[in-house]
Write a protein that binds this ligand. Structure first.
Ligand code: SR1
Ligand code: MG
Length: 406
């Protein structure tokens, strides 16, 4: 029967779970690692070999941990996460954590401890470069999005998967927190008071509101592929040599551009936050160039891999040539719209990002946030003009030099 586990209950659970990693009578230790918004996360380890023999216990709570019981969230997300991890592992085993146990009664997953990888967002804040990341992210997205789409699956098989991944509670969280509440008055919203005027203007911008509402309808109705559903830089753990994608509890069948845009938008948020995090002008310029170069590489490698999977495995019902060109262009344009919306919500809405919230000086934070708002708004409004990744990057580059130095 479901009950939220304490740290010591998680340790007892792991000890008696019959995993190959630990002996049943072994003394174990644990630590509370929860730092995301919604779940309990413990690391349980053997004190004799704390890094070699350790596991992560991730348990869903019936509400969002950072808000409390006033923000209910479905326990079923644990089933979704486990199944998504299985499918991801079938296409990209090296890019996701290994799962050791799924317990549907306790809504928990016991999985690989990803130490020494760190949450990518934190590495970006310290200007660490990740040379493997673009290729790994592209490989993950191309494999998952192509192989779970109608471009690869048979019609009945695809629809059966859509049914399995119907994730209404988690989709509603995204519909509210990404597409709706940040753009209206809502008690959950919070923002830097220095941005009162910008927030008022964004909420009064009818063209922007109409575009975001249209993006919301695409999110709600386009079952293109099985998405990760929350593919930001806090859902990625990295070292310079290796990448793992975690936390697919928001997985559902949605528009491919939502995942691609989440990733590009969060890289752009990091670019904006370097206004504070990079200490010298030269370091800022160089690291921003690395981030925009990475954005370009992510898209270009993703597109190339997606196209090669299509050429090799799409059934003959899908014509080659112009069809795929238009498909990829539309995907890029959707990514600009969704990525921009996700940038704005991290500044106007309930769930922020540490890249920006860690800037304690409100003036400095506002300077970085203004850059992010300018990028997000322009990506959304100009998304139909986007013909190549360089169009999105040009908007980032204009925003980082424009309002600040200009
Ligand atoms: C209640 S906070 C919910 C947010 O955290 C997750 O990381 C998702 O981004 C979601 O919007
Ligand atoms: Mg998460």
């Amino acid at each position: 029967m479901y009950r939220p586990l304490t740290e010591s209950a998680a340790m007892d659970y792991v000890r008696s779970a019959g995993l190959d990693i630990f002996r049943p009578d072994e003394t174990l230790e644990s630590e509370d690692l929860a730092d995301g918004n919604v779940n309990l996360v413990y690391r349980v380890y053997s004190p004799s070999e704390p890094r070699q023999r350790s596991v992560i216990v991730k348990q869903a709570l019936p509400y969002a941990r950072v808000v409390g019981e006033s923000f209910p969230m479905p326990l079923d997300r644990s089933r979704i996460e486990h199944r998504a991890l299985e499918i991801q592992a079938s296409y990209c085993p090296s890019l996701v954590p290994a799962v050791y146990r799924y317990d549907p009664d306790l809504s928990l997953v016991v999985m690989e401890d990803l130490h020494p990888r760190i949450i990518m967002r934190k590495g970006l804040m310290a200007q660490v470069r990740y040379p493997r990341f673009a290729a790994d992210a592209a490989e993950f997205m191309a494999n998952m999005l192509f192989h779970t789409s109608d471009l690869f699956l048979g019609s009945a098989e695809k629809k059966a998967l859509v049914r399995e991944f119907t994730n209404p509670g988690m989709c509603k969280v995204t519909e509210d927190l990404v597409f709706t509440h940040p753009f209206m008055e809502h008690p959950g919203n919070r923002w830097n008071p220095e941005l009162d005027e910008e927030v008022r203007q964004l909420r009064a911008d009818e063209q922007l509101q109409a575009e975001i509402a249209q993006l919301k309808t695409i999110f709600m109705t386009s079952a293109q592929a099985l998405l990760h559903g929350d593919l930001h830089t806090g859902s990625i753990m990295v070292t310079p040599d290796d990448t793992k994608v975690i936390d697919p509890e928001f997985a559902f069948f949605g528009p491919m551009g939502f995942d691609v845009g989440a990733l590009l938008g969060n890289l752009a948020l990091s670019c904006a936050s370097q206004e504070h995090h990079a200490v010298t002008a030269a370091a800022r310029r160089e690291y921003r160039a690395w981030i925009t170069g990475t954005m370009r590489e992510v898209w270009q490698l993703f597109e190339a891999r997606f196209r090669s999977l299509f050429e090799a495995s799409a059934p003959a019902q899908w014509p080659r040539g112009r069809f795929l060109d238009a498909y990829m262009r539309r995907l890029l344009q959707d990514a600009a719209g969704f990525g921009g919306t996700k940038m704005l919500r991290r500044i106007l809405g309930l769930a922020h990002v540490v890249d920006l919230d860690a800037i304690s000086d409100v003036h400095e934070r506002a300077a970085a946030e203004r850059i992010a708002l300018a990028i997000g708004r322009t990506w959304i409004l100009r998304r139909r003009d986007m013909q190549s990744i360089d169009d999105l990057i040009g908007i980032v580059e204009a925003a980082v030099v424009g309002p600040v130095a200009g």
